[in-house]
Design a protein around this ligand. Structure first.
Ligand code: FAD
Length: 319
Protein backbone atom coordinates (compact mmCIF):
# COMPACT_ATOMS: atom_id res chain seq x y z
CA UNK A 1 0.00 0.00 0.00
CA UNK A 2 3.01 2.30 -0.04
CA UNK A 3 3.13 5.48 -2.09
CA UNK A 4 5.31 4.78 -5.13
CA UNK A 5 7.63 7.44 -6.52
CA UNK A 6 9.66 7.30 -9.71
CA UNK A 7 13.01 8.98 -9.05
CA UNK A 8 14.65 10.14 -12.27
CA UNK A 9 18.35 9.76 -12.85
CA UNK A 10 20.96 10.41 -15.47
CA UNK A 11 24.25 8.59 -15.96
CA UNK A 12 23.86 6.64 -12.73
CA UNK A 13 23.05 9.64 -10.53
CA UNK A 14 19.77 11.07 -9.29
CA UNK A 15 18.55 14.31 -10.81
CA UNK A 16 17.62 17.04 -8.32
CA UNK A 17 13.96 16.53 -9.25
CA UNK A 18 14.19 12.98 -7.81
CA UNK A 19 14.65 14.47 -4.33
CA UNK A 20 11.76 16.87 -4.83
CA UNK A 21 9.32 14.12 -5.86
CA UNK A 22 10.59 11.97 -2.98
CA UNK A 23 9.95 14.86 -0.52
CA UNK A 24 6.45 15.25 -1.92
CA UNK A 25 5.79 11.48 -1.79
CA UNK A 26 6.81 11.46 1.88
CA UNK A 27 4.27 14.23 2.65
CA UNK A 28 1.54 12.34 0.75
CA UNK A 29 2.46 9.10 2.56
CA UNK A 30 2.23 10.90 5.92
CA UNK A 31 -1.27 12.08 4.99
CA UNK A 32 -2.27 8.53 4.12
CA UNK A 33 -0.44 6.92 7.05
CA UNK A 34 1.77 4.78 4.84
CA UNK A 35 5.39 4.51 3.65
CA UNK A 36 7.27 5.55 0.51
CA UNK A 37 8.82 3.19 -2.03
CA UNK A 38 11.00 4.62 -4.79
CA UNK A 39 11.81 3.09 -8.16
CA UNK A 40 15.40 3.90 -9.17
CA UNK A 41 16.77 2.89 -12.55
CA UNK A 42 20.48 2.17 -13.00
CA UNK A 43 21.52 4.36 -10.07
CA UNK A 44 24.84 3.36 -8.50
CA UNK A 45 24.14 4.60 -4.96
CA UNK A 46 20.52 5.12 -3.91
CA UNK A 47 21.20 5.94 -0.25
CA UNK A 48 20.58 9.71 -0.68
CA UNK A 49 16.85 9.02 -1.04
CA UNK A 50 16.65 8.21 2.67
CA UNK A 51 17.31 11.90 3.38
CA UNK A 52 14.04 12.78 1.64
CA UNK A 53 11.74 10.32 3.38
CA UNK A 54 12.01 7.21 1.21
CA UNK A 55 11.61 3.98 3.19
CA UNK A 56 12.40 1.44 0.49
CA UNK A 57 14.12 1.61 -2.88
CA UNK A 58 13.37 -0.83 -5.66
CA UNK A 59 16.67 -0.69 -7.50
CA UNK A 60 16.40 -1.73 -11.12
CA UNK A 61 19.65 -2.41 -12.95
CA UNK A 62 19.41 -3.25 -16.61
CA UNK A 63 21.48 -1.82 -19.50
CA UNK A 64 18.38 -1.81 -21.74
CA UNK A 65 17.09 1.05 -19.53
CA UNK A 66 20.16 3.23 -20.12
CA UNK A 67 18.28 4.86 -22.98
CA UNK A 68 14.85 6.21 -22.03
CA UNK A 69 11.92 4.53 -23.73
CA UNK A 70 8.51 5.62 -22.40
CA UNK A 71 6.77 2.30 -23.11
CA UNK A 72 9.42 0.25 -21.38
CA UNK A 73 9.70 2.62 -18.42
CA UNK A 74 5.91 2.71 -17.99
CA UNK A 75 5.95 -1.08 -17.89
CA UNK A 76 8.71 -1.15 -15.25
CA UNK A 77 6.87 1.33 -13.00
CA UNK A 78 3.62 -0.56 -13.46
CA UNK A 79 5.25 -3.75 -12.21
CA UNK A 80 6.66 -1.87 -9.22
CA UNK A 81 3.20 -0.42 -8.44
CA UNK A 82 1.67 -3.91 -8.65
CA UNK A 83 4.34 -5.36 -6.38
CA UNK A 84 3.80 -2.63 -3.76
CA UNK A 85 0.00 -2.53 -4.24
CA UNK A 86 0.43 1.24 -4.54
CA UNK A 87 -2.68 3.38 -4.70
CA UNK A 88 -0.74 6.57 -5.38
CA UNK A 89 2.12 6.90 -7.88
CA UNK A 90 4.15 10.10 -8.04
CA UNK A 91 6.33 11.34 -10.88
CA UNK A 92 7.82 14.67 -11.88
CA UNK A 93 6.49 16.82 -14.72
CA UNK A 94 9.66 16.43 -16.80
CA UNK A 95 9.28 15.74 -20.50
CA UNK A 96 10.12 12.05 -19.96
CA UNK A 97 7.69 11.64 -17.08
CA UNK A 98 4.93 13.44 -19.00
CA UNK A 99 5.57 11.05 -21.86
CA UNK A 100 5.41 7.87 -19.81
CA UNK A 101 2.64 8.86 -17.34
CA UNK A 102 -0.34 8.45 -19.73
CA UNK A 103 0.96 5.00 -20.74
CA UNK A 104 1.28 4.10 -17.06
CA UNK A 105 -2.24 5.40 -16.45
CA UNK A 106 -3.55 3.00 -19.09
CA UNK A 107 -1.60 0.07 -17.60
CA UNK A 108 -2.88 0.79 -14.07
CA UNK A 109 -6.34 1.96 -15.07
CA UNK A 110 -5.49 5.08 -13.10
CA UNK A 111 -6.42 8.76 -13.25
CA UNK A 112 -3.48 11.07 -13.95
CA UNK A 113 -3.03 14.76 -13.12
CA UNK A 114 0.04 16.55 -14.45
CA UNK A 115 1.53 19.90 -13.31
CA UNK A 116 0.33 19.44 -9.74
CA UNK A 117 1.55 22.20 -7.42
CA UNK A 118 0.34 21.24 -3.93
CA UNK A 119 -0.42 18.29 -1.68
CA UNK A 120 -3.71 16.50 -2.41
CA UNK A 121 -6.71 17.21 -0.23
CA UNK A 122 -6.60 15.28 2.99
CA UNK A 123 -10.27 14.41 2.75
CA UNK A 124 -12.40 12.59 0.21
CA UNK A 125 -12.77 13.12 -2.74
CA UNK A 126 -9.06 12.97 -3.62
CA UNK A 127 -8.45 16.41 -5.16
CA UNK A 128 -5.26 17.94 -6.50
CA UNK A 129 -4.40 21.52 -7.41
CA UNK A 130 -2.74 21.91 -10.79
CA UNK A 131 -1.84 24.71 -13.15
CA UNK A 132 -4.02 25.24 -16.21
CA UNK A 133 -4.12 27.48 -19.29
CA UNK A 134 -0.32 27.70 -19.58
CA UNK A 135 0.06 28.61 -15.92
CA UNK A 136 -2.45 31.44 -15.96
CA UNK A 137 -4.92 29.68 -13.68
CA UNK A 138 -5.16 26.90 -11.14
CA UNK A 139 -7.71 24.14 -11.28
CA UNK A 140 -8.77 21.62 -8.68
CA UNK A 141 -9.11 18.17 -10.15
CA UNK A 142 -10.71 15.15 -8.53
CA UNK A 143 -9.11 11.79 -9.26
CA UNK A 144 -11.78 9.19 -8.67
CA UNK A 145 -10.01 6.02 -9.82
CA UNK A 146 -8.69 3.53 -7.26
CA UNK A 147 -5.10 4.24 -8.34
CA UNK A 148 -4.04 7.85 -8.73
CA UNK A 149 -1.00 9.19 -10.60
CA UNK A 150 0.35 12.63 -9.70
CA UNK A 151 2.82 14.52 -11.90
CA UNK A 152 4.41 17.15 -9.64
CA UNK A 153 5.33 20.46 -11.24
CA UNK A 154 9.07 21.11 -10.95
CA UNK A 155 10.18 23.43 -8.12
CA UNK A 156 6.62 23.66 -6.76
CA UNK A 157 7.18 21.67 -3.54
CA UNK A 158 10.91 22.01 -2.95
CA UNK A 159 13.27 19.72 -1.09
CA UNK A 160 12.26 18.64 2.40
CA UNK A 161 14.91 16.72 4.28
CA UNK A 162 13.93 14.07 6.79
CA UNK A 163 16.13 11.57 8.55
CA UNK A 164 15.61 7.89 7.98
CA UNK A 165 16.94 4.72 6.50
CA UNK A 166 15.94 3.41 3.13
CA UNK A 167 16.30 -0.28 2.49
CA UNK A 168 17.40 -1.13 -1.02
CA UNK A 169 15.98 -4.12 -2.82
CA UNK A 170 17.09 -5.41 -6.20
CA UNK A 171 14.06 -5.40 -8.48
CA UNK A 172 14.09 -7.23 -11.79
CA UNK A 173 10.90 -6.51 -13.71
CA UNK A 174 10.34 -8.40 -16.93
CA UNK A 175 11.37 -6.10 -19.74
CA UNK A 176 9.91 -6.59 -23.17
CA UNK A 177 11.49 -4.61 -25.94
CA UNK A 178 8.97 -2.22 -27.44
CA UNK A 179 8.50 -1.71 -31.17
CA UNK A 180 10.60 1.44 -31.02
CA UNK A 181 14.27 1.24 -30.18
CA UNK A 182 16.32 4.34 -29.43
CA UNK A 183 19.82 3.48 -30.58
CA UNK A 184 21.66 6.25 -28.76
CA UNK A 185 21.21 9.79 -27.50
CA UNK A 186 23.85 12.48 -28.04
CA UNK A 187 23.63 15.06 -25.31
CA UNK A 188 25.36 18.39 -24.98
CA UNK A 189 27.78 17.94 -22.13
CA UNK A 190 29.11 20.50 -19.66
CA UNK A 191 25.97 22.66 -19.85
CA UNK A 192 23.09 22.94 -17.44
CA UNK A 193 19.89 21.65 -19.06
CA UNK A 194 16.93 24.05 -19.00
CA UNK A 195 14.66 21.35 -17.57
CA UNK A 196 16.96 20.72 -14.60
CA UNK A 197 18.06 24.29 -13.98
CA UNK A 198 17.42 26.23 -10.79
CA UNK A 199 18.39 29.42 -12.58
CA UNK A 200 17.85 30.29 -16.25
CA UNK A 201 19.47 33.26 -17.98
CA UNK A 202 17.55 34.09 -21.15
CA UNK A 203 18.29 36.52 -23.96
CA UNK A 204 16.06 38.14 -26.57
CA UNK A 205 16.25 40.17 -29.74
CA UNK A 206 17.37 43.17 -27.69
CA UNK A 207 20.85 41.64 -27.66
CA UNK A 208 21.16 42.56 -31.37
CA UNK A 209 23.13 39.54 -32.58
CA UNK A 210 24.71 36.17 -31.76
CA UNK A 211 28.10 37.80 -31.25
CA UNK A 212 26.76 39.37 -28.05
CA UNK A 213 25.89 36.11 -26.32
CA UNK A 214 29.27 35.88 -24.57
CA UNK A 215 27.97 37.96 -21.66
CA UNK A 216 24.83 35.82 -21.39
CA UNK A 217 26.97 32.69 -21.20
CA UNK A 218 29.31 34.30 -18.72
CA UNK A 219 26.43 35.37 -16.48
CA UNK A 220 24.98 31.85 -16.68
CA UNK A 221 28.38 30.42 -15.84
CA UNK A 222 28.80 32.61 -12.74
CA UNK A 223 25.32 31.65 -11.53
CA UNK A 224 25.51 27.96 -12.48
CA UNK A 225 22.52 28.60 -14.73
CA UNK A 226 21.17 27.29 -18.01
CA UNK A 227 20.98 29.61 -21.02
CA UNK A 228 17.73 30.15 -22.93
CA UNK A 229 16.33 32.53 -25.53
CA UNK A 230 13.15 33.90 -27.09
CA UNK A 231 11.67 32.38 -30.24
CA UNK A 232 12.91 34.96 -32.79
CA UNK A 233 16.43 34.50 -31.49
CA UNK A 234 16.42 30.78 -32.28
CA UNK A 235 14.41 31.34 -35.51
CA UNK A 236 17.18 33.66 -36.72
CA UNK A 237 19.77 31.04 -35.85
CA UNK A 238 21.45 33.19 -33.20
CA UNK A 239 20.98 30.34 -30.72
CA UNK A 240 20.14 26.63 -31.03
CA UNK A 241 16.45 25.69 -31.11
CA UNK A 242 16.88 23.69 -27.91
CA UNK A 243 17.18 27.01 -26.04
CA UNK A 244 13.88 28.46 -27.26
CA UNK A 245 11.48 28.83 -24.35
CA UNK A 246 7.84 29.83 -24.33
CA UNK A 247 4.49 28.56 -25.51
CA UNK A 248 5.99 26.84 -28.54
CA UNK A 249 9.35 26.12 -26.92
CA UNK A 250 10.50 24.54 -23.68
CA UNK A 251 8.59 25.31 -20.49
CA UNK A 252 10.64 26.79 -17.65
CA UNK A 253 9.79 26.33 -13.97
CA UNK A 254 13.04 27.63 -12.48
CA UNK A 255 13.54 29.26 -9.10
CA UNK A 256 15.03 32.29 -10.86
CA UNK A 257 14.43 33.38 -14.48
CA UNK A 258 16.47 36.33 -15.75
CA UNK A 259 15.14 37.82 -19.01
CA UNK A 260 17.52 40.14 -20.84
CA UNK A 261 16.35 42.15 -23.84
CA UNK A 262 13.08 40.23 -24.06
CA UNK A 263 9.86 42.22 -24.49
CA UNK A 264 7.58 39.80 -22.61
CA UNK A 265 5.14 38.82 -25.34
CA UNK A 266 2.27 36.65 -24.13
CA UNK A 267 3.64 33.59 -25.96
CA UNK A 268 6.98 33.96 -24.18
CA UNK A 269 5.39 34.49 -20.77
CA UNK A 270 3.17 31.44 -21.24
CA UNK A 271 6.21 29.19 -21.09
CA UNK A 272 8.12 30.79 -18.26
CA UNK A 273 5.57 32.10 -15.79
CA UNK A 274 5.75 28.98 -13.62
CA UNK A 275 9.17 30.28 -12.55
CA UNK A 276 9.27 31.53 -8.98
CA UNK A 277 11.24 34.79 -9.30
CA UNK A 278 11.42 36.70 -12.57
CA UNK A 279 14.03 39.40 -13.13
CA UNK A 280 13.80 41.57 -16.23
CA UNK A 281 16.52 43.73 -17.75
CA UNK A 282 15.12 45.93 -20.52
CA UNK A 283 15.93 49.36 -21.87
CA UNK A 284 12.28 50.23 -22.42
CA UNK A 285 10.36 51.02 -19.20
CA UNK A 286 7.12 50.27 -21.08
CA UNK A 287 8.17 46.71 -21.99
CA UNK A 288 5.28 44.39 -21.07
CA UNK A 289 7.63 42.02 -19.24
CA UNK A 290 7.89 44.48 -16.32
CA UNK A 291 4.24 43.76 -15.44
CA UNK A 292 5.08 40.08 -14.98
CA UNK A 293 8.42 40.66 -13.24
CA UNK A 294 9.28 40.42 -9.57
CA UNK A 295 12.33 42.63 -10.07
CA UNK A 296 13.08 44.90 -13.00
CA UNK A 297 16.10 46.84 -14.16
CA UNK A 298 15.39 49.58 -16.70
CA UNK A 299 18.69 49.86 -18.50
CA UNK A 300 20.90 48.93 -21.39
CA UNK A 301 21.80 45.23 -21.21
CA UNK A 302 25.26 46.04 -22.54
CA UNK A 303 25.92 48.10 -19.42
CA UNK A 304 23.84 46.26 -16.82
CA UNK A 305 24.93 42.67 -17.57
CA UNK A 306 28.74 43.22 -17.46
CA UNK A 307 28.24 45.16 -14.21
CA UNK A 308 26.16 42.35 -12.77
CA UNK A 309 28.79 39.78 -13.74
CA UNK A 310 31.51 41.85 -12.10
CA UNK A 311 29.52 42.29 -8.88
CA UNK A 312 28.61 38.58 -8.73
CA UNK A 313 32.24 37.57 -9.27
CA UNK A 314 33.37 39.92 -6.50
CA UNK A 315 30.66 38.56 -4.21
CA UNK A 316 31.68 34.97 -4.96
CA UNK A 317 35.33 35.77 -4.33
CA UNK A 318 34.43 36.95 -0.81
CA UNK A 319 32.60 33.71 0.04
C1 FAD B 1 1.90 31.30 -32.39
C2 FAD B 1 3.07 32.01 -31.78
C3 FAD B 1 3.88 31.33 -30.88
C4 FAD B 1 4.97 31.97 -30.32
N1 FAD B 1 5.74 31.28 -29.42
C5 FAD B 1 6.76 31.92 -28.81
C6 FAD B 1 7.54 31.27 -27.81
O1 FAD B 1 7.35 30.10 -27.51
N2 FAD B 1 8.55 31.96 -27.25
C7 FAD B 1 8.82 33.28 -27.56
O2 FAD B 1 9.76 33.84 -26.97
N3 FAD B 1 8.08 33.90 -28.49
C8 FAD B 1 7.08 33.27 -29.13
N4 FAD B 1 6.37 33.93 -30.09
C9 FAD B 1 6.84 35.26 -30.52
C10 FAD B 1 6.38 36.37 -29.60
O3 FAD B 1 5.11 36.82 -29.97
C11 FAD B 1 7.36 37.55 -29.67
O4 FAD B 1 7.45 38.00 -31.01
C12 FAD B 1 8.75 37.23 -29.18
O5 FAD B 1 8.68 36.62 -27.89
C13 FAD B 1 9.59 38.48 -29.11
O6 FAD B 1 10.90 38.15 -28.82
P1 FAD B 1 11.87 39.19 -28.11
O7 FAD B 1 11.22 39.66 -26.87
O8 FAD B 1 13.20 38.55 -28.04
O9 FAD B 1 12.00 40.35 -29.20
P2 FAD B 1 11.33 41.79 -29.27
O10 FAD B 1 9.86 41.74 -29.16
O11 FAD B 1 11.90 42.43 -30.48
O12 FAD B 1 11.86 42.52 -27.98
C14 FAD B 1 13.17 42.93 -27.77
C15 FAD B 1 13.22 43.66 -26.45
O13 FAD B 1 14.56 44.03 -26.20
C16 FAD B 1 14.57 45.32 -25.61
N5 FAD B 1 15.88 45.92 -25.86
C17 FAD B 1 16.36 46.44 -27.02
N6 FAD B 1 17.64 46.85 -26.86
C18 FAD B 1 17.95 46.60 -25.57
C19 FAD B 1 19.12 46.80 -24.80
N7 FAD B 1 20.23 47.36 -25.32
N8 FAD B 1 19.12 46.42 -23.51
C20 FAD B 1 18.01 45.86 -22.94
N9 FAD B 1 16.87 45.65 -23.64
C21 FAD B 1 16.85 46.00 -24.94
C22 FAD B 1 13.44 46.05 -26.29
O14 FAD B 1 13.00 47.14 -25.48
C23 FAD B 1 12.40 44.95 -26.41
O15 FAD B 1 11.53 44.94 -25.31
C24 FAD B 1 5.27 33.31 -30.67
C25 FAD B 1 4.43 33.99 -31.57
C26 FAD B 1 3.35 33.35 -32.12
C27 FAD B 1 2.45 34.09 -33.08
Amino acid sequence: MSVLVYTESEQGKFKKVAFEVASYAKAVADQLGTSVTAVAVNVEDTSALANYGVDKVLSVKNPVLDVFNAKVYADVIKQAADKESSQVVILSSSANSKYLAPLLAVHLNAGYASNVVALPSNTSPFTVKRTAFTNKAFEFMQINTAIKIIGLSNNSFGLVESSGNATSEAFSPSITESGIKVESVDKVTGKVAIADADIVVSGGRGLKGPENWGMIEELADVLGAATACSKPVSDMGWRPHGEHVGQTGKPVAANLYIAIGISGAIQHLAGINASKVKVVINIDPEAPFFKAADYGVVGDAFEVVPNLIEKLKAFKAQQ
